[in-house]
Design a protein around this ligand. Structure first.
Ligand code: C5P
Length: 222
């Protein structure tokens, strides 16, 4: 780990789950704790970058020196990211963005109507925040380096490589092993155009520091 290996870089990180409202008191979400993304924000700051963090609903302290924006939904996360994309030189999408949101969020709490029939929910797909960033003019001009994450239940390497190509990102990070949600340790598989490399199991902060060093190696001079 080179100290200050990200000096001069501006790193934007998304972290945590999103929460998609069904009505004012209910919604759908997932078990992402945000720990990996927060660790990456901290490690990038320690490595000398300016860091901005867009966080879904999580219970974590803001890393020292990091500017944080809290959001709830994928659409809010998309807007917060778009507002920073011209600023950023690196985008690390560690958030577990909900793939779908209810097509309509009721303004008032949905009540049981006595019929015994549950309400039916319709979903629409959320925008792919990472794929949008990777397709942006700045990313295509080499001014924005995009890093994605993948949590797959099986066949991680093949699935993650397919995802890397589909999203159009130079570096994709696979979570090795099931259910890293909420835990303090993890193991990562890095995939780029050259191939793949495992970062052995360890605390998320150690992995975040190793990932930051890997990102720094792939960047041109700031
Ligand atoms: O497609 P999948 O959700 O598995 O992709 C995971 C990667 O894409 C993560 O880096 C995640 O932060 C990002 N993503 C996103 N917007 C979405 C869905 C995923 O930025 N709507």
């Amino acid at each position: 780990f080179q100290p200050q290996c990200l000096a001069g870089q501006r790193v934007l990180v998304t972290a945590g789950p999103t929460f998609e409202a069904i009505d004012p008191v209910r919604g759908i979400s997932n078990h992402s704790s945000g720990k990996m993304g927060f660790a990456i924000a901290r490690a990038a700051r320690e490595a000398g970058a300016e860091v901005r963090l867009v966080a879904g609903p999580v219970h974590l302290p803001t890393p020292l020196g990091v500017r944080r924006t809290d959001v709830q939904s994928a659409l809010q996360m998309q807007a917060a990211v778009q507002a920073e994309l011209d600023w950023a030189s690196v985008f690390v999408a560690a958030a577990a963005v909900a793939d779908w949101r209810p097509a309509h969020s009721a303004e008032q709490k949905i009540k049981k109507d006595g019929s015994g029939q549950p309400p039916s929910l319709q979903f629409v797909e959320n925008p792919d925040i990472l794929a949008e960033a990777a397709a942006s003019a700045r990313a295509r001009a080499g001014q924005l380096f995009c890093v994605g994450f993948a949590a797959e239940s099986h066949d991680l390497q093949a699935q993650a490589e397919a995802k890397r190509r589909r999203k159009g990102v130079p570096l994709l990070v696979g979570n090795i092993g099931p259910a890293t949600f909420g835990r303090d340790d993890n193991a990562l598989l890095l995939l780029d155009a050259q191939g793949c490399k495992a970062l052995p199991a360890g605390p998320k902060l150690h992995l975040a520091r190793a990932l930051v060093a890997e990102i720094a190696q792939r960047l041109g001079p700031a």
